[in-house]
Every structure is written in structure tokens, then in C-alpha cells.
Design a protein around this ligand. Structure first.
Ligand code: KIV
Length: 286
């Protein structure tokens, strides 16, 4: 065995034991290049099924197939080396039975090399979470606003803004923690409720549109970079890459139309031709 071990990637148990400690930082990633940039700064990368909307232009996450999650999941694993990679189980791949969930989650783990899966739902998914975790599949749960239930909710609606809704959401949080989930995403819920759940359950809560009291935070990368055309209230745009891309593309289009691009430094001379920049023969031509 080699005496030099490669830097160890974070695992689901590493995230689990961060309950109440230093905030857990996470972002979504859908492909290798962005995963490589984000990886050193986050504790886990989520290959979220939001990729259906962000990358593929669907109106919701409902149409996303398992094979697409596997394709993007393996790209993110290849592009990263430090963060835990969590891959979403898409709608229709886990709800039918614990056995179906295990079959599909095992495929995701084997074919992507990720360290955990995420699924949506509270009490109703507790049996499945227990089944998966007892068989070696770490599960991150997701409650509150669960986008795969958009057709039942009648839209992307913030949860828990009426105290009457709290008991059900609290029961969901307790059930998934008891079932063995190593952490839970709290999406789109009243701040007071998210803070209370964070105090009440023993696993890390990861907030998105929830509370600064959560044990960690996640955002969709394209949203926080200013690349998404519309973002919810809870998104802070830390950059304006959409504007930067438009400026760059416009400059490129202008230069192409004016025949200013490609310039001599972007072209290949013949091997025996003088380099126009230095007036000396080029040493390399490849
Ligand atoms: O799919 C996704 O990006 C998610 C995050 C919003 C948590 O589930």
C-alpha cells in the first residue's frame, strides 16, 4: 500500500457530526468545470434535480430522468475531490417502494461515485430512508417546499407561515431524523419554524429560503452567480455573470463582424513564416 494517501473527500458522517458546529457550506453543481471551481470552498456539492430547470429549460423538476442525474452526477464527481457529492433522486425514482428506491439509489451511487443521495418528503418517506440507510446508502432528506410536489402544492409555495401548519412539518423533521437521514434540507419555510426545527432535531439542517440559524446553507450556483433570469426572494446574487456574459458575447460578435477577431496572435503561421508579433520565425506550430 502506498505511504501517501490522497486528500480525503468529506463523507456523510463528516457532515452529520457538524450539527451545531461551524456552518456547513454547500452549493449545487451540475458539471465538471464549475464543480472544480466551487469544490475547495464547500462541504458538499449537490447535484440537484433543479438542473432540469436550470440546464435543460423545463418548467419544473418533474420531467428529470434518472439517467440525466447520473450523467451530471458523475461529471461533478470527476470535477471535484474535496466535497461530499450528493445526487438528487428525481421524481418517480423512489416513491413507489423502498425496494425501488434502493435499486435506483444504488445505481446512482455505483455509476456516479457520489457519497449520498437526496430525496424529498417527510414522514411518508421515513420507511424508505430507513431501508436505504440500513443498506449502506446515506440519505439527505428535503422538507418544507418540496419542488417535486409542485402539482400537489399548486405552485412553489413557502411553507409554515401559518402556525397551524407547523405540527405536520415538525412531525416530518422528527420522522426523517429517527429514520437515519444524515441531514435535511429545509426549503422555503418560515424563518421561525426553520430555526425551531434546527434546535429540535439531532441532524444538521441545511437552509435554502429558511433561516440563518440552520446548521448550513445551500443555494443554486447559477442563481447566486446572477445567471438565472428570475430568482426567488431568498437568493442573494453574489455576482452578475449574466451581464458579464452578455458583454463578452456582444464584444465577440462585434469583432467577428468587423473582422477584428481572430487577430494574428490567434492564428497559426506556416512553420517557415515569421511570427507577426515578434517578426522572428515561429518555434512551435502545433
Ligand atoms: O434541486 C436542487 O437544487 C435542490 C436545492 C434547491 C436544495 O434540491
Amino acid at each position: 500500500m502506498s505511504s501517501q494517501s490522497p486528500a480525503k473527500r468529506l463523507s456523510a458522517p463528516d457532515i452529520r457530526q457538524r450539527k451545531g458546529g461551524e456552518p456547513i457550506v454547500s452549493l449545487t453543481a451540475y458539471h465538471a468545470h464549475t464543480a472544480r471551481i466551487v469544490d475547495p470552498y464547500v462541504d458538499f456539492l449537490l447535484v440537484g434535480d433543479s438542473l432540469g430547470m436550470v440546464m435543460h429549460g423545463y418548467e419544473s423538476t418533474i420531467p428529470v430522468p434518472l439517467d440525466l442525474m447520473i450523467m451530471h452526477g458523475s461529471a461533478v464527481v470527476r470535477g471535484s475531490s474535496h466535497a461530499l457529492v450528493v445526487v438528487d433522486l428525481p421524481f418517480g425514482s423512489y416513491e413507489e417502494s423502498p425496494q425501488a428506491a434502493f435499486r435506483n439509489a444504488a445505481r446512482v451511487m455505483k455509476e456516479t461515485g457520489c457519497g449520498a443521495v437526496k430525496l424529498e418528503g417527510g414522514e411518508r418517506m421515513a420507511e424508505t430512508i430507513r431501508y436505504l440507510t440500513e443498506r449502506g446508502i446515506p440519505v439527505m432528506a428535503h422538507i418544507g417546499l418540496t419542488p417535486q410536489s409542485v402539482n400537489m402544492m399548486g405552485g412553489f409555495k413557502t411553507q409554515g407561515r401559518e402556525r397551524a401548519e407547523w405540527a405536520v412539518i415538525e412531525a416530518d423533521a422528527k420522522a426523517i431524523a429517527d429514520a437515519g437521514a444524515f441531514s435535511v434540507v429545509l426549503e422555503g419555510m418560515a424563518e421561525l419554524l426553520a430555526a425551531r426545527l434546527t434546535k429540535d432535531i439531532p441532524i444538521p439542517t441545511i437552509g435554502i429560503g429558511a433561516s440563518a440559524e440552520c446548521d448550513g446553507q445551500i443555494l443554486v450556483l447559477e442563481d447566486m452567480l446572477g445567471l438565472s433570469p428570475r430568482v426567488p426572494k431568498f437568493v442573494k446574487e453574489f455576482a452578475s455573470l449574466g451581464d458579464a456574459i452578455e458583454t463578452a458575447v456582444k464584444a465577440y460578435a462585434d469583432e467577428v463582424r468587423e473582422r477584428r477577431f481572430p487577430a494574428p496572435e490567434h492564428t497559426y503561421t506556416m512553420r517557415d513564416e515569421a511570427d507577426p508579433a515578434t517578426k522572428t520565425p515561429k518555434m512551435t506550430g502545433s
